[in-house]
Design a protein around this ligand. Structure first.
Ligand code: ADP
Length: 537
């Protein structure tokens, strides 16, 4: 067979060639804008020309600090296709971490949204590699800023060449993108995505039993483009000629519901918190969500109760998936096998709330205390992965040696696997609760609590215990209608028949909200400190 390189340039060219009439629908500060793929490709070529004129060379990093919109999508293709490296920066990190990331990656140019400028200004004097800032604004004038030199995105594009030709000698193993994952302690860790990795991951996203993304879809990536490439949906979407809906800055559940209704979105992707918010909105308002054929949910465990409500009440198929920054991210997806369709609704829901089976193209093993664990749904071990879209190291970081050993990525996630090969994430190694020498899964308890009608969100953390070493404490946010009316005894009674006695939390605390990470996951470390202060005072 031919050894043709798998590069992102072929993805862009295919969209340009076959789908010039398809659309990118982009919400920005001035409203909804629509671009044909022809316009998108022209603007992408112009951006590459502008960056070349600013001196960006092959292999150099160009950072983005931006929401999900058409300009960010243009950067997603212009930068890798010109041979440079698209470095998406998580705008929810602290200025200290953002400065660290930019300096560590040695970004040469930064593309930034106007509302994120103040955050970047806080890093200003710390940034020692950046030669130019480009503001992605709808306004004709540049906003006031202390950063320099600053360019206007649209003005640069106006002066640029729309027939800019991309180099055709890009190595498929060359870096195309990079993203830093927020480490719980210490500085963020960088992961490089190669052209080959992105192409193969995109193919996986299109497989019917995985994401099933296709030309016919209207796809709305809600997961931020600054977090693991919006799970690769923009890359695959452009390649397949999918209509893309970019929800833009500061969206609300109401706005998402409206976009689904008016743009007839068929597939969307995001973390459970987003879908909990959308569910609340659907319960309060009246929307037509009939176009939706799939909600992809990952990033943290999808509560069973939520999957059930989406599917049974709103008839929206829900796909639970698992991945991480290091895995591009798609690694596991919970798609039922044909013969499992015969199971009872409860059994099917149980399976669908697991993280699922391995996506074709990857390999896995689950390593427990005594080697690989049994496929019995009980024995726990650490999930290890390898494959063409799994990172092989952290970028210039000595923490590589902990996570990448013997050719495997050690995910730090503790899992079980059942007879059918369905993997269930039990916890992150550091969030497991160790009580009397046994492990308690915080995720299982959270899932059970979130299935109670009064509960909006629940997180379970450990507190130190003299006799048992650790004990679980549950933190619960009640739905508005149940606030002040639901007592903890009711929740205890609900949990007791479902778990062994020693799994039942020592206490249930009612909170107004649960602290979240920059990407909407429970911030267990902060919550643990908060709970320990409260309970042990
Ligand atoms: P971080 O949260 O560290 O910034 P990532 O976004 O890469 O970085 O998170 C990856 C982690 O998220 C996984 O290691 C796993 O613990 C968790 N995760 C991802 N998907 C799921 C899921 N479907 N269910 C449970 N946990 C998940």
């Amino acid at each position: 067979m031919m050894q043709t390189p798998l590069t992102m340039t072929q993805m862009l060219k295919r969209a340009e060639m076959f789908f010039p009439k398809k659309q990118v629908i982009s919400r920005t500060t001035s409203g909804i804008q629509r671009f044909s793929y022809k316009e998108f490709a022209d603007r992408t070529r112009r951006l590459a020309d502008s960056l070349t004129k600013l001196g960006v060379e092959k292999g150099e990093k160009v950072g983005t600090l931006a929401w999900n919109h058409h300009r960010h999508l243009e950067a997603y293709f212009a930068i890798p296709c010109m041979g440079a490296v698209l470095h998406t920066i998580n705008i929810r990190l602290t200025p200290q971490h953002i400065s660290y990331i930019i300096n560590h990656a040695e970004d040469k140019v930064l593309l930034v949204d106007p509302d994120i400028l103040p955050l970047l200004e806080k890093c200003g004097s710390e940034l020692n590699t950046v030669k130019a800032f480009i503001v992605m604004t709808d306004e004709p004038e540049l906003p006031e800023t202390t950063l320099s030199p600053v360019y206007h995105y649209e003005n640069l594009l106006k002066e640029a060449n729309r027939t800019f030709s991309f180099p055709d000698d890009i190595d498929e193993n060359a870096p195309a993108g990079m993203c830093y994952t927020s480490a719980t302690t210490g500085n963020p860790k960088g992961v490089i995505y190669t052209h080959r990795g992105i192409v193969l991951h995109s193919l996986a996203l299109g497989l019917a039993d995985s994401g099933g993304l296709s030309e016919k879809d209207v796809a709305m990536p809600v997961v931020p483009m600054f977090h693991v490439n919006a799970w690769g949906m923009p890359f695959a979407g452009v390649w397949f000629g999918t209509t893309l809906v970019m929800p833009g800055p500061y969206f609300t559940p109401k706005l998402l519901a409206e976009l689904i209704q008016t743009e007839k979105v068929t597939i969307t992707a995001g973390v459970p918190t987003i879908w909990l918010g959308l569910l609340k909105e659907l319960e309060e308002g009246s929307y037509d969500t009939g176009s939706l054929r799939s909600i992809l949910c990952g990033g943290s465990a999808a509560p069973k109760g939520m999957i059930k409500t989406f599917e049974q009440k709103y008839k929206i198929p829900f796909k639970h998936a698992y991945g991480m920054t290091e895995t591009s991210p798609l690694a596991l997806i919970s798609t039922l096998k044909s013969y499992q369709e015969e199971l009872s609704p409860e059994e099917k829901l149980e399976l669908r709330s697991k993280q699922g089976t391995l996506v074709p193209g990857l390999e896995m093993k689950i390593v427990g205390k005594d080697g690989e664990v049994a496929w019995d749904g009980k024995e726990m071990g650490e999930l290890c992965l390898r494959g063409p879209w799994i990172a092989s190291e952290y970028y210039k970081d000595e923490r590589t040696k902990d996570a990448f050993r013997n050719g495997w990525l050690h995910t730090g996630d503790v899992v079980t696997i059942d007879e059918e090969g369905f993997v269930k994430i039990v916890d992150r190694t550091k969030d497991l609760i160790k009580s009397g020498g046994e492990w308690i899964s915080s995720v299982d308890l959270e899932n059970a609590l979130m299935a109670h009608e009064a509960v909006f969100e629940a997180a379970v953390v450990a507190i130190p215990h003299e006799r048992w070493q650790e004990r679980p404490i549950a933190c619960v946010v009640l739905k508005d209608a149940y606030k002040g009316k639901t007592r903890k005894e009711e929740l205890f009674d609900f949990l007791k028949p479902q778990f062994a006695k020693w799994w039942i939390p020592d206490d249930i605390l009612f909170l107004d909200e649960i602290p979240k990470t920059s990407v909407g996951k429970f911030l267990k470390r902060t919550l643990r400190d908060q709970v320990q202060r409260e309970v042990l005072k």
